[in-house]
Design a protein around this ligand. Structure first.
Ligand SMILES: Nc1ncnc2c1ncn2[C@@H]1O[C@H](COP(=O)(O)OP(=O)(O)OP(=O)(O)O)[C@@H](O)[C@H]1O
Ligand SMILES: [Mg+2]
Length: 231
């Protein structure tokens, strides 16, 4: 019997083989606040999912469930196997303020995924040039504006060559032109490299321009889930 068939049998009790994440009847409570209410959601390999909703709707909570940083109060969550590399861009970015842009990007370097430092350096330069931060590589993070910091955080995540990217409001401080550039870059990673992307954003207007799925939250409830172009 071939291996693929065995694999599919093994998975059939849990997830469809292309599913990476599944949430069933998920509730999350922070004390008296119920941040997510009975959320059901499935995210497939290769999908782009925009998580939208106003401030306080539960977007970050949802992403933190997917990253394993927050536990559900009730319901069930299935996360990808530990072999799948998931990279995160946090809402608060988590950059090293006293280090330079380039030093922050080098935190993505891993001998297991790059053949050499030269190869990493090449990617670093290429990506920095795409987002227009090449001339800032030697500048300290401290003193950089919010948009610049978001670009660095995104590049650091992409340089770690993830299979899944969880990005929490990565364009909040960017102007329209830079936001579009970042969307285009991520779209490229999705189409060309099969990167699965979960992206929390306030910006419904930008989302409508891109193919993908939307999960729209209101006060912790998932009130729409489907194609972005239909909202
Ligand atoms: N660690 C926490 N402790 C207590 N309450 C929390 C915690 N994290 C989130 N909350 C509350 O849960 C709700 C959802 O918050 P969450 O941060 O997920 O919203 P959000 O959609 O990401 O908002 P924003 O757009 O402002 O980032 C809010 O009422 C928030 O105050
Ligand atoms: Mg948030």
């Amino acid at each position: 019997m071939n291996r693929g068939f065995l694999e599919s049998l093994k998975n059939s009790n849990h997830l469809h083989s292309s599913s990476l994440f599944r949430l069933n009847n998920v509730n999350v409570d922070f004390g008296k606040i119920r941040a997510l209410k009975n959320v059901n959601l499935q995210i497939s390999r290769g999908e782009v999912l925009f998580v939208t909703g106003k401030s306080g709707a539960g977007k970050s909570t949802l992403l933190n469930i997917l990253s394993g940083d927050v536990e559900v109060s009730s319901g069930t969550v299935t996360l990808p196997s530990s072999k799948i590399f998931v990279s995160q861009v946090f809402q608060d970015l988590k950059l090293f303020e006293n280090r330079t842009v380039e030093e922050n990007l080098w935190y993505a370097f891993d001998k297991k995924i790059y053949k050499s430092k030269n190869e990493f350096q090449k990617d670093l330069m290429e990506l920095s040039s795409v987002l227009g931060i090449k001339d800032r590589l030697s500048h300290k993070i401290k003193g950089a504006n919010g948009g610049m910091k978001q670009k660095v955080a995104m590049l650091r995540a992409l340089l770690s060559k993830p299979e899944v990217l969880l990005a929490d409001e990565p364009t909040a401080a960017l102007d329209k032109e830079s936001s579009t550039k970042m969307f285009d870059l991520l779209n490229f990673y999705n189409v060309r490299k099969g990167l699965t992307i979960v992206w929390a954003t306030h910006n419904r207007e930008l989302v409508k321009q891109f193919p993908g799925e939307i999960a729209h939250l209101e006060s912790g409830k998932l009130i729409y889930s489907g194609k972005a172009c239909f909202i």
